[in-house]
Design a protein around this ligand. Structure first.
Ligand code: ADP
Ligand code: MG
Length: 314
């Protein structure tokens, strides 16, 4: 395979007693929209900061575009765009001036810079707000400004650290679409999030993180194939008995069945006609039931099977 755009090997980062990154490794290739998925505190931002040499680390190595990364490797830095988790813009500058300022760190030629800034404004849809100061922008618009500042110099590698947290659904969709468009125009993307749906929606490959470690890696399909769960069926039951639960557990391919409130939740591993078998059993035993739904595994199920915990905050 070609040289990876990013190669992280055995990174260890300690904050005193706490190990924020625990022998963390990663390879990202040109053209990917690579997702780093993990709950809050799993080490995503620490990994990004180490990657960018914004933070020193205890052990390991980072290469970007085939070169060792260091705080003063400006050649590599000029090819990277970063959209930080916490919006980082200058309140004393207008929207246009902010983008021009960040773009100016990399592009000195005035005419070229003007073109880049205007394209960035258009890309994030801030044409009507160029003279506004950041304080006058809504949360969603501020996020878009943050993105414009990170991408105006047309970086080849763009890192988004949780860009949709606390963003309304409309701006969120615009951000996700924008990321895919940047990718179509040739940028390699790193996208961190604790929202599995977003990562599933836009990422070509995903690393799942927990406690500073990479616990799984692959495409969405590959990750889901790594686990036992292939289908979860939930049935609202009008009556429940211990005997029924035992009979459900004895059905082919069932590996877990429980009563939760008024429902039976049944997890299957493989099998083709699980729903029909389950409903046939209920019919044979003359048990009345309400709503029935079958769900395919999610990345939360992947996380749950590997760590024993829910990925979701709630
Ligand atoms: P994420 O971005 O996945 O939410 P972080 O990389 O921010 O996770 O944090 C990883 C772990 O390191 C967490 O336990 C967090 O509390 C801790 N941490 C992050 N920054 C610092 C810091 N400056 N000092 C001490 N601990 C920190
Ligand atoms: Mg973070």
């Amino acid at each position: 395979m070609s040289t990876p755009v990013v190669k992280i090997e055995n990174l260890v980062k300690r904050y005193k007693e706490l190990i924020a990154l625990d022998h963390f490794s990663l390879e990202i290739y040109e053209g990917e929209v690579f997702g780093l998925l993990g709950p809050n505190g799993s080490g995503k931002t620490t990994a990004i900061n180490c990657l960018l040499s914004l933070l020193s680390f205890d052990k390991g190595s980072v290469e970007i575009f085939g070169e060792e990364m260091s705080p003063d490797n400006y050649k590599v830095k000029s090819k990277i765009g970063v959209i930080m988790q916490n919006v980082a813009v200058i309140n004393e500058l207008t929207v246009y001036e902010n983008i021009d300022y960040f773009c100016g760190l990399y592009i000195k030629d005035k005419a070229e810079r003007k073109k880049c800034v205007e394209e960035a404004v258009e890309f994030v849809g801030l044409e009507d707000f160029v003279k506004f100061y950041p304080k006058k922008l809504s949360g969603g618009l501020l996020r878009r400004l943050n993105i414009a500042c990170g991408i105006a110099h047309k970086p080849k590698l763009i890192i988004f650290d949780e860009p949709t947290v606390a963003v309304d659904p409309q701006s969120r969709n615009k951000i996700l679409e924008g990321i895919q468009e940047l990718n179509r125009h040739g940028a390699t993307i790193i996208y961190t999030s604790h929202y599995m749906e977003e990562v599933e929606q836009i990422c070509t490959r995903i690393a799942i993180m927990d406690k500073g470690r990479q616990i799984a890696l692959g495409t969405t399909e590959e990750l889901k194939k790594q686990i036992k769960n292939t289908e979860k069926i939930t049935v609202e039951l009008m009556e429940q008995s211990a005997e029924l639960l035992e009979e459900i557990r004895a059905l082919p391919h069932v590996y877990e069945a429980e009563y939760i409130e008024g429902r039976a939740e049944v997890k299957f591993s493989g099998g083709k006609h699980n729903l029909i078998r389950l409903l046939t059993l209920l019919q044979q035993k003359d048990i009345r039931f309400g709503r029935v739904y079958s769900e395919l595994p999610t990345l939360n199920d992947v996380f749950l099977e590997i760590t024993g915990k829910q990925l979701r905050d709630s």
